[in-house]
Design a protein around this ligand. Structure first.
Ligand code: ATP
Length: 247
């Protein structure tokens, strides 16, 4: 398993953002759903080694991220799209992605090809020389995805990757996700249950810092009942599981 989590918590002052999560994730695409404030970003940030846990056990790529040497290695081998990445507005698309290739210690002889491949995979080849400040929000999101995949990560963590993407790009992205999931462990946090239904083999639903459902998208859809709100079976399943967790 590339992610092994036992009784993980994260507290920010008085707020318990993650309140005891157990999770094991292996290769494939794993969807993380949940309402605003459920703790998805906090959980992803711990998986990305961006914040340490308050308590519990976390192993990534079979290593302990609490130790300096293993943490460096994990960081080299993972890709992370944060919810709000910092962009350098004066960088071109290619410069920005190359910067992450340097951070990830992609071998110099492979960097040029790795950058071009990552940019092509998000369909920005024709904008590779454009400065970031001239791009639309959806294009910037795609640049963020390109930096996350430039090192061909074994562990890929994407926080709301489809936010701002137009419908055509979302369809393209889902197919990229399925492709990436052939080799890597991919965790995607999203509010769009259609993305989960289309691209994820497994899904967890978080609420108030805990996992309240863990299974397949079909299993989540089957959790719906006649009363649950939603336009699709999986939306009804989502609503029903949340209502039950809160009752
Ligand atoms: N750095 C922080 N300092 C203080 N509180 C925080 C911090 N980060 C997260 N929180 C709190 O932790 C809780 C979980 O937030 P988190 O961003 O993990 O949720 P989320 O599921 O990603 O939400 P959303 O869907 O709105 O992005 C919220 O109550 C939030 O206010």
């Amino acid at each position: 398993m590339n992610i092994e989590i036992t009784d993980l918590t994260r507290r920010f002052g008085a707020v318990q953002a993650v309140a005891g999560v157990d999770l094991q994730v292996g290769p494939g695409v794993f969807g993380l759903l949940g309402p605003n404030g459920a703790g998805k970003t906090s959980l992803l940030r711990m998986m990305a080694t961006a914040v340490p846990p308050s308590s519990g056990r976390l192993r990534l790529l079979d290593r302990d991220p609490g130790r300096y040497g293993p943490r460096r290695e994990i960081r080299r081998r993972l890709g992370y799209l944060p919810q709000n990445p910092g962009y350098y507005p004066g960088f071109t698309v290619a410069e920005y992605v190359e910067y992450f290739a340097l951070l990830k210690e992609v071998p110099p002889a492979r960097t040029r090809a790795a950058v071009a491949t990552a940019i092509d995979r998000v369909e920005l080849g024709d904008r590779r020389k454009a400065r970031l400040r001239t791009l639309s929000g959806g294009m910037l999101r795609r640049v963020g995805i390109a930096q996350a995949i430039v090192n061909e990560p074994e562990l890929l963590l994407l926080d709301e990757p489809t936010a701002g993407l137009d419908p055509e790009q979302r369809v393209t992205f889902r197919s990229l996700l399925r492709d990436l999931g052939q080799r890597a462990t991919v965790v995607v946090s999203t509010h769009l249950v259609e993305d989960v239904a289309a691209a994820c083999a497994r899904v967890a639903l978080m609420d108030r810092g805990r996992i309240v459902f863990h299974g397949t998208p079909d299993g989540l859809a089957a959790s719906g009942d006649g009363q649950a709100a939603g336009d699709t079976p999986i939306e009804r399943g989502y609503s029903a599981v949340l209502a039950q967790a809160r009752s």
